[in-house]
Design a protein around this ligand. Structure first.
Ligand code: ZN
Length: 382
């Protein structure tokens, strides 16, 4: 199966390269905004037509010739995507790109043969720790110390400068991987929630995001600090960079933690079942709205991580619709205990069969059972 995988490296450009990177940010933003304005005033046209027009624009604006021309074409295709999303009602009308937002540009990998030698304009050399990029040449990189080679075909590269003042390159690679379908012997149901982010039917709990909450608190403090500073003063910019660093920490921590959970779950089980939606009692709990927004983002990322990892590891993933409140039904006898709407009850004895249930583990057991039903229905049809 062909899959796309992104590798993100930290970039260490020289001063000369850094200047050219910034020129490329500026030029691709210029092209994007120029054609957005053009289409606003005239009519929306296909990217291929705009690319033809770009040649004339390049003749009028000499500075565009200085940078990687492929990045300018990518900007036009991004704009086309923006309009397509707008017409399909997936997003709002495309907006002008600002100099003050996150800066990035993308460039495509072009391959060819020159004097019988294979040639590519983007190359990653993990042994010597550098990447070759169009117009920029070789730039020092850091990341993926455990690898000495990137398998597969490079598709494109996105160069970015984050608010933390660091430069990165994200390289998208097409890989052809062999997936061996696993014959399932184990199944696990997963309840996704707030108090614990994940509760498995094996009784394993992955705690909520204490670390993230700590960072959020620090963020709030820094934002207050920022609001007291005089705009564009030295201290203002300092505070701003501090905030950006905390944001980056949150992002990294979340990525690391969710990947860790998804790996553990997918490595240890063959069939994994989660709920497809989070229609839970938690919505009523306003006090926890703060934690909710945090865990919401995590839950949807975690679900897609599990789905993806199952796919490439040949395992089975089911999303089930829970029309019923999974935590109110006894997983032993099916008795519905509506008293359990009260969230403070964490453990109870089922009044019907007398079994002792932990609220969350009980919910994940119900999810497991639903998944099992679904699995056997599907298998018996085949
Ligand atoms: Zn029961």
């Amino acid at each position: 199966m062909e899959i796309y995988r992104a590798y993100k490296f930290r970039l260490y450009p020289t001063e000369e390269q850094r200047i050219l990177i910034h020129k490329t940010f500026g030029c691709s933003r210029f092209v994007y905004n120029y054609y957005l304005n053009y289409q606003k005033e005239n009519k929306v046209c296909k990217a291929s037509i705009l690319c033809k027009d770009l040649k004339e624009l390049e003749n009028d604006c000499e500075f565009l010739k200085e940078v990687d021309s492929c990045s300018l074409r990518c900007a036009i295709f991004d704009l086309e995507d923006g309009f397509n999303n707008f017409f399909a009602k997936r997003s709002g009308y495309p907006k002008f790109k600002s100099k003050f937002a996150r800066q990035s540009y993308r460039t495509n990998c072009i391959r060819g043969t020159y004097k019988d030698k294979e040639y590519s304009n983007i190359e990653v050399d993990l042994l010597n720790r550098n990447i070759k990029l169009p117009k920029l040449g070789k730039i020092k990189i850091r990341g993926y110390r455990n690898k000495d080679k990137i398998e597969g075909k490079i598709v494109n590269a996105t160069i970015s400068r984050e608010a933390t003042n660091k430069y990165y390159v994200s390289v998208v690679v097409e890989e052809d991987i062999l997936i061996e379908k696993v014959i399932p012997t184990t199944i696990v149901g997963i309840d996704l929630g707030i108090k614990d982010l994940v509760i498995t039917s094996d009784g394993i709990k992955y705690s909520n995001l204490k670390v993230l909450i700590k960072y959020e608190k620090r963020l709030k403090r820094l934002q207050k600090e920022l609001s007291r500073r005089e705009k564009s003063s030295k201290n203002y910019l300092k505070s701003k960079e501090k905030i950006a660093r905390v944001h980056a920490k949150i992002k990294n921590y979340r990525k690391h933690y969710l990947n860790y959970i998804a790996n553990e779950i997918v490595n240890e089980h063959d069939i994994i079942v989660t709920e497809s939606l989070l229609v839970k009692d938690m919505f009523k709990d306003k006090k926890k709205a703060f934690n909710k927004s945090l865990s919401d983002a995590c839950v949807s990322t975690l679900r897609s991580l599990i789905e993806w990892k199952c796919k490439i590891k040949g395992k089975i993933y089911y999303k089930i619709n829970t029309y019923y409140p999974s935590s109110q039904i006894c997983s032993h006898c099916g008795y519905k205990n509506s008293k359990l709407k009260d969230l403070s009850i964490r453990e109870y004895v089922c009044p019907n069969c007398g079994s002792h249930n932990d609220r969350d583990i009980n919910a994940s057991l119900n999810i497991l059972l639903e998944g099992l039903k679904l699995h056997y229905n599907l298998v018996s049809i085949v």
